[in-house]
Write a protein that binds this ligand. Structure first.
Ligand code: FES
Length: 130
């Protein structure tokens, strides 16, 4: 697993906040669809979670890039913000294109031209595997 995506579906706030018309639950569903449609289930895990702080800028998504040790915080703003418990953090704005979000967080050696359902079945997912 290269990337863990957690999407806040906490009814307290993130179900009432919207990014490009989608609340936390809708973002979760779309991200899971994108991962499924592109055969990325072995590389990207998308799971719901409760409050991860920064609700003011929600809906909130945290992405852990396990391959690099980085964590990327997503919300409805771009740039620095101060949030409870976590202090000053840097947000990336949730893009309308959620495949773009997934793509931004995968290792650069993943070549999307070759990620298809058929290629995943045959194990042809990384450039180096050709
Ligand atoms: S309720 Fe979603 S981050 Fe707090």
């Amino acid at each position: 697993m290269d990337v863990n995506v957690i999407v806040c579906t906490d009814p307290i706030r993130c179900l009432k906040r919207f990014s490009h018309g989608r609340n936390g639950e809708q973002l979760l569903e779309e991200l899971q669809q994108v991962v499924g449609q592109h055969g990325l289930q072995d590389q990207v895990q998308v799971t719901p979670c409760r409050c991860i702080f920064g609700c003011t800028y929600g809906p909130r998504i945290d992405v852990a890039r396990r391959w690099s040790g980085e964590k990327v915080l997503y919300g409805t703003v771009q740039g620095q913000a101060s949030i409870s418990r976590r202090g000053t953090v840097r947000f990336s704005e949730i893009p309308e294109d959620l495949l773009g979000l997934v793509r931004q967080n995968l290792p650069s050696n993943v070549d999307f031209r070759f990620i298809t359902v058929d290629n995943v079945r045959t194990g042809l997912r990384r450039e180096g595997a050709r």
